[in-house]
Ligand binder design. Structure first.
Ligand SMILES: C[S@@+](CC[C@H](N)C(=O)[O-])C[C@H]1O[C@@H](n2cnc3c(N)ncnc32)[C@H](O)[C@@H]1O
Length: 377
């Protein structure tokens, strides 16, 4: 069986590391994801356990696609009643990745696939097409260079939706991005972790999950993954894997996780999310301006997603970065640092030489993750 786990282009290497940790070694890196081979057991583990993947798809077939007739022909080989169930609505999401494929017309592609499903002989009735349903089964068709992959999105809701987020912060980062940043900073739970501008707590909560070896999607509700609604879904195996992953969770942290924000309201949002994520008891929250704080430990990893964007203005963001640089130099010399800042901001304001810079996107905004190693003098 072949699957595709998607992720931003810049983070493919980290997704590969995660797959290898799950024992999945047969894979091929793509532009925005990884195609891999896995039996159900490993694939179920990937659905519950990948921290950096955006979505997972099950591959149905590959085809050369010079025209819509090629798609029609390939669909004749697809036995939809052996894939889809009657009770679950479905929708179709084509991705036409170059100009040539765009000319095939998204609406034509949707119509052809839809007809293929609706005209198949289901024991009861075919599933209903409904692209406005809550979490419908999504058939995806990716086309580029006259080659196409037909697949089913088996995650359903995007995988950054872990099921614990509390609304109330205007500038959160995705959970998948927080996990990637932590991987880029080599976080493994063995050192104290401090997010001094935690906002809604995304980075600190993901850190606790990593430190406890807790599967990121383990608290998703029953039936939330599209996978669970497909023909052939093995509920007993799914439960076995879920139980195994639960059993692999450690009971305690090796080193503390601290989350702070200047705004009390956001600290409360973070605390609520941590409660929902069932990790609040492992975290230490505080409220204050980073510049005034005493480091919570002698050494550790400080990860920080600085405020930026139109809400606070560029001048203020630059001034804050300079102040953060000052605090880092004077109080956090023994800490490893990972700072997420917009690409347009100059690292020179920090007046500390970074060891490494990763270029990423936070939504549509180009950002960079600046990694600074501790000083050993
Ligand atoms: C971009 S947000 C962080 C978002 C967070 N990563 C999340 O996913 O929710 C930046 C946060 O820094 C906080 N902040 C701004 N200036 C601060 C300061 N001087 N000290 C501590 N926190 C500050 C803001 O209140 C805001 O919540």
């Amino acid at each position: 069986m072949e699957w595709i786990a998607t992720c931003p282009h810049e983070t493919v290497d980290f997704l590969a590391i995660e797959l290898e940790k799950l024992g999945i070694n047969q894979y091929k890196k793509l532009h925005r994801g990884i195609r891999f081979q896995a039996e159900n057991e490993q694939a179920y583990r990937a659905h519950l356990g990948l921290r950096t993947a955006s979505r997972i798809q099950k591959v149905l077939c590959d085809l050369s696609m010079h025209s819509l007739a090629d798609l029609q022909k390939a669909l004749e080989q697809i036995d939809w009643p052996k894939i889809l169930r009657s009770h679950r609505p479905f929708m179709i999401r084509p991705t036409l990745a170059d100009e040539e494929s765009t000319q095939l017309g998204e609406e034509h592609i949707i119509a052809i696939i839809k007809e293929s499903v609706l005209n198949s002989k289901f024991e009861k009735s075919p599933p209903k097409y409904n692209d406005e349903a809550d979490n419908p089964i999504t058939i995806v068709l990716f086309v580029r260079d006259q080659q196409a992959v037909l697949a089913i999105d088996t995650a359903g809701r995007a995988l950054h939706k872990r099921g614990w987020r509390t609304n109330g912060h205007p500038a959160v980062i995705k959970e998948t991005m927080a996990a990637t940043i932590l991987m880029m900073a080599d976080y493994d739970g063995s050192m104290p972790l401090f997010d001094p501008m935690c906002g809604s707590g995304t980075i600190a909560i993901e850190a606790v999950y990593i430190a406890l070896n807790k599967a990121p999607l383990i608290h998703r509700g029953k039936d939330d993954f599209s996978l669970e609604h497909l023909v052939g879904f093995d509920r007993i195996l799914w439960r076995k894997i879920s139980d195994e992953l639960r059993a692999q969770k450690k009971n305690d942290l090796l080193a503390p996780v601290y989350a702070n924000d200047i705004n009390e309201k956001y600290v409360e949002v973070a605390r609520k999310s941590a409660l929902k994520a069932r990790v609040e008891k492992y975290m230490q929250f505080s409220c204050g301006a980073f510049q005034d704080l005493t480091p919570p430990a002698e050494t550790g990893l400080l990860v920080c997603n600085l405020p930026y964007g139109e809400r606070i203005g560029r001048g203020i963001a630059e001034k804050l970065l300079t102040e953060v640089g000052q605090a880092l130099k004077t109080k956090y010399a023994k800490w490893k640092i990972a700072l997420l800042i917009p690409s347009e901001m100059s690292v020179s304001s920090l007046q500390i030489k970074p060891k490494r810079i990763y270029n990423l996107f936070n939504g549509a905004l180009p950002v960079k993750l600046v990694i600074i190693e501790p000083r050993h003098d």
